[in-house]
Design a protein around this ligand. Structure first.
Ligand code: C5P
Length: 239
């Protein structure tokens, strides 16, 4: 997997999702299915999008006791997605259990990549202190959670592009940083707090950017997607 733009398909039905993706013609962008779409359309939407030729990031952010996460991951492995995730806050033991479930469920060498959410990109430094009672700089917290994910054998983390440099510095260039909190210049941040542009994310060394509303809510989503690709991947972006 190389650098790419992942579109967050935060829709409430399969119909809306296909209506949106039909605007991309023959293009098959890497897509993210999160809780809203998965809860509305179920595993079928994942199978259909894979069948249509999309790479899929299944963003269900599992966070439960190790036994439950292991069993859930074993079931999810059957969907053959490209990327899926758990919360690092669930502990190293939980991440190890998730990885075990995914590996055994996939039953083959090329299991889906597993990454851990460090701190949500909607969480600010103030909220980290006041609501989650963590009184340390966000960057240190993300780096520590990422180290836990690496120790558990995971392939990378979800973090803000602003934290990609510290994660790569401390854990190596191969440890993936998948980064939401991305906005095209001029777009509203909405509920996100740790945001940057695709060009800045590229400069900071993110491996993948996850872009939702800057593409899904754009007047012409294809134009916005192409701009994200150009700004993030550069000349190698698919024409
Ligand atoms: O619309 P927007 O670009 O803010 O969408 C970002 C997407 O990435 C959402 O689907 C959100 O659930 C997801 N995400 C995030 N921050 C994380 C993990 C996932 O924003 N840490």
């Amino acid at each position: 997997m190389g650098k790419d733009v992942i579109i967050a398909c935060d829709f409430s039905s399969a119909e809306q999702t296909y209506e949106f993706l039909d605007r991309f013609g023959d293009r098959r962008p890497f897509v993210k299915i999160g809780m809203e779409l998965y809860y509305a359309a179920g595993p079928q939407i994942v199978r259909q999008l894979k069948q249509r030729g999309h790479k899929v990031f299944l963003d269900l952010k599992l966070h439960d006791i190790p036994n439950t996460v292991e069993k859930a991951m074993r079931v999810l492995a059957d969907l053959d997605v490209d990327l899926c995730n758990v919360h690092a806050a669930g502990t190293r033991k939980m991440m190890e259990a998730g990885l075990r479930g995914l590996t055994e469920g996939a039953g083959k060498e090329d299991r889906p990549l597993l990454i851990a959410v460090t701190q949500l990109t909607s969480t600010s430094q103030e909220q980290l202190a006041e609501d989650i009672l963590i009184d340390r700089p966000m960057e240190d917290v993300v780096a520590a959670y990422a180290a836990g994910a690496k120790a558990a054998g995971l392939d990378g983390v979800v973090c803000s592009p602003l934290e990609s440099p510290v994660v790569h510095e401390q854990l190596g260039a191969d440890f993936l940083t998948v980064t939401p909190g991305v906005r095209l210049a001029g777009d509203a941040a909405g509920d996100q707090t740790r945001v940057t542009t695709p060009a800045k994310a590229r400069e900071l060394g993110s491996d993948y950017i996850v872009v939702g509303r800057s593409i899904t809510a754009a007047e012409d989503p294809l134009v916005s997607y192409e701009q994200c690709l150009r700004d993030f991947v550069g000349d190698k972006a698919e024409a």
